[in-house]
Design a protein around this ligand. Structure first.
Ligand code: PBG
Length: 346
């Protein structure tokens, strides 16, 4: 029988009372201790991954104009900053390079040079004995003269040829001491190939965090400024390898494939506009799931805070708690250090 709109109370005396005025949702919210008691989600320092930029020059810290508060570190300055992050309890950093334009070519050759700035940075962090996980991207875009994540033939981004290079890139990074390889290129089959390559080279303990559901997004703009790929990519589009923002079932297929190929952890990217994907991935696979609060999200919150349009402290914490609520086990965020400081201060 269809619901007829009757609100007559149930005749079963055992039935739980429902509805106002017996139930008052505000009762649990009245006091601070009660609000804390019924709190369902919590953000902690262990949830934070800090993405950092490194360049090969001597200038300790070069600001990124479209990301106020974010800098490109020299290797020495990076070791210092990563030491501070470790002291705050941040479990992992993700290292991204600003590559000298003179070293860029269509093949992204510098990506597989063990002397490149990423490997220099990883070796320096490890040599300093800092107790922190170090993650490195497997992708060619910071190294290619065309700014794409893969090798090109004409206008086409070559898949299998690119995967071979990504394996080489992963190997030199693992050799330098990288703990987690994070393929961010969205080529097909790269997780399996990298896993096989790492295992064969004796790097069986190196973990893989797959950028499994990575969308072709406008929110990466400031990152591309930071690593200098905005100018190389120009009007180029990544739509033939990164996912359409319209799709969600496709994300589930991507994650399933990456897990089948050996990914230890998966990531959804960008973050805030894709919280539905985070939730679906976590519910479907129940594996370590991460979200990347990307450069554009950082820039928006920072810009609004700088103008006094939003209360930065408040919305930064709120945005990160949103990832936890959506089911993320952790978040890559450029706010990691200041949030860790705030969490420590209580
Ligand atoms: C490289 C890569 C990108 C980001 C992380 N790795 C940019 C891109 O795919 O164009 C974006 C990170 C951010 O915006 O903060 N493949």
């Amino acid at each position: 029988m269809p619901f007829n709109g009757s609100t007559k109370p149930s005749r079963n005396p055992q039935a739980p009372a429902v509805g106002f005025p017996t139930t008052r949702m505000r009762r649990n919210r009245r006091t601070d201790w009660s609000r804390r008691l019924v709190s369902e989600n919590r953000l902690g320092v262990d949830d934070l991954i800090w993405p950092v930029f490194v360049h090969a020059g001597d200038e300790p810290r070069i600001p990124v104009p479209s990301m106020p508060g974010v800098v490109r570190h020299s290797v020495d300055a990076l070791v210092e900053s990563v030491g501070e992050a470790a002291a705050l309890g941040i479990p992992m950093v993700a290292v991204f390079p600003l590559v000298d334009p003179a070293l860029k070519d269509p093949q992204g050759s510098n990506a597989i040079d063990p002397g490149n700035v990423v490997c220099q940075a990883v070796r320096a962090i490890k040599a300093a004995g800092i107790d922190i996980g170090v993650m490195c991207d497997a992708a060619l875009d910071p190294f290619t003269s065309h700014g794409h994540d893969g090798l090109m033939r004409g206008e086409e981004i070559l898949n299998d040829e690119t995967v071979e290079v990504l394996v080489q890139q992963s190997l030199i990074q693992a050799e330098a001491g990288c703990d987690v390889i994070s393929p961010s290129d969205m080529m097909d089959g790269r997780i399996g190939a990298i896993r096989t390559g790492l295992d064969a080279a004796g790097h069986g303990h190196v973990q893989i965090m797959a950028y499994a559901a990575k969308y072709s997004s406008g929110f990466y703009g400031p990152f591309r400024d930071a690593v200098g790929s905005a100018s190389t990519l120009g009007k180029g589009s990544k739509d033939t390898y990164q996912m359409s923002p319209a799709n969600t079932d496709e994300a589930i297929r991507e994650v399933a494939l990456d897990l089948a190929e050996g990914a230890d952890m998966v990531m959804v990217k960008p973050g805030m506009p894709y919280l539905d994907i985070v939730r679906r991935v976590k519910d479907t696979f129940a594996v370590p799931t991460f979200a990347y609060q990307v450069s554009g999200e950082y820039a928006m919150l920072r810009a609004a805070d700088e103008r006094g349009w939003l209360d930065g402290n408040r919305v930064i914490m709120e945005s990160l708690l949103g990832f936890k609520r959506a089911g993320a086990d952790g978040v890559l965020t450029y706010f990691a250090v200041e949030v860790a400081q705030r969490l420590k201060a209580g």
